[in-house]
Design a protein around this ligand. Structure first.
Ligand code: TXA
Ligand code: MG
Length: 318
């Protein structure tokens, strides 16, 4: 796809949100901030808009999209609601939790959204700009992260402009995303299953559900089709669980240690999640040849951070 569009930058005020809603209603593509990462939004009921999202990202069309809604009331129009969905939405929405539910009959979403599956991923984002936009439009918005497929997710408007400028109609600039890693995805088409660790710690879900969540094995059949091995990849190679840099590498630290950059000098996982993608973008922009990353504990948000780092380090297609 050629980079031929004039991408507008919109301020996160009433005029900018109104313009963004008008563009979406026309079938245009608008990137908007959420609490996790920037999304690349299109009206989920318009096939042309949804197809445009796949084209702008160079995303394989078999990989379904998350549908963003203002609240549970709107979500019920698209997914088969259940007691569990109700309980989790009441506890965690708006927030960094995506629920995969059976598609509801008469849903009116473009079939491209679910990429041929009979389920739909739904999420109500906890960001004032995203909420205002969804309420102004009053339609479901399909939005993957606003990066080229396989690249690092954007947590700043400038990251979106660098990856998708010229390919989308507008970017609503709401500043840095506070959470910094994508939403946790929970499958509810059968027994609750953690499909992707993310911004809501799995421990919080387990406490609300009252039982442990089966952890999908790393090599289990792909149920969230986007969970392919290589993803979130900076240009530089990534090496995990490093305590020192090898010659030519840049060390990305965690906790008290000597490092070129540090995700959180105090060892705070929330701070590390918020810094992760911005630091990887920065290292890429600086032309780092190799990135060595210090060990990160596998608890709370550490699960999401390690998941993204493992994908960044995974072997890539040539
Ligand atoms: O925080 C987030 O979730 C961000 C912001 C923009 O909301 N969005 C995001 O979207 O991360 P994306 O497209 O980059 O990741 C969506 C993931 C993919 O792994 C996809 O395969 C999975 O959700 N997914 C979507 N629909 C699904 C479905 N019906 N069943 C299983 N997995 C699904
Ligand atoms: Mg993504």
């Amino acid at each position: 796809m050629a980079d031929t569009l004039q991408t507008e930058t919109l301020a996160p005020d009433a005029a900018g949100i109104e313009r963004a809603a008008a563009l979406l209603a026309q079938g245009a593509l608008v990137s908007f901030p959420t609490e996790t990462v920037y999304g690349l939004g299109g009206d989920a009921t318009q096939g042309r808009a949804v197809a445009g999202i796949f084209a702008a990202k160079d995303r394989p069309a078999f990989n379904p999209l998350i549908v963003h809604v203002a609240d549970a009331g709107m979500a019920r129009r698209f997914g088969e609601w259940s007691d569990t969905a109700d309980r989790l939405a009441a506890a965690f929405w708006p927030g960094p939790l995506t629920l995969v539910l059976p598609l509801r009959a008469g849903h009116r979403l473009s079939p491209l959204v679910s990429a041929g599956q009979d389920s739909v991923a739904l999420r109500a984002p906890d960001h004032p700009v995203a909420q205002a936009l969804l309420r102004a439009l009053d339609r479901p918005v399909a939005a993957p992260s606003a990066n080229r497929s396989g690249r690092i997710s954007p947590t700043r408007a400038a990251h979106v402009a660098a990856g998708l400028g010229g390919r989308i109609d507008a970017i609503l600039d709401g500043g840095p995303c506070p959470v910094g890693v994508e939403s946790t995805i929970l499958g509810l088409t059968g027994a609750p299953t953690l499909l992707r660790p993310g911004g809501l710690p799995a421990e919080a879900l387990e406490a609300a559900l009252g039982h442990a969540l089966p952890r999908a094995a790393a090599n289990a059949a792909i149920t969230a089709p986007g969970q392919l091995a290589s993803h979130y990849a900076p240009r530089a190679g990534v090496r995990l669980n490093a305590d020192a840099a090898e010659p030519g590498e840049t060390l990305l630290g965690f906790g008290r240690m000597e490092a070129d950059r540090n995700l959180s000098p105090t060892g705070d996982l929330t701070e590390a999640a918020a810094n992760l993608f911005a630091m990887l973008h920065r290292l890429d922009a600086e032309g780092a040849r190799g990135i060595a990353v210090a060990p990160i504990p596998e608890t709370g948000l550490g699960r999401a951070i390690n998941d993204r780092l493992r994908r960044a380090a995974a072997p890539r297609d040539p």
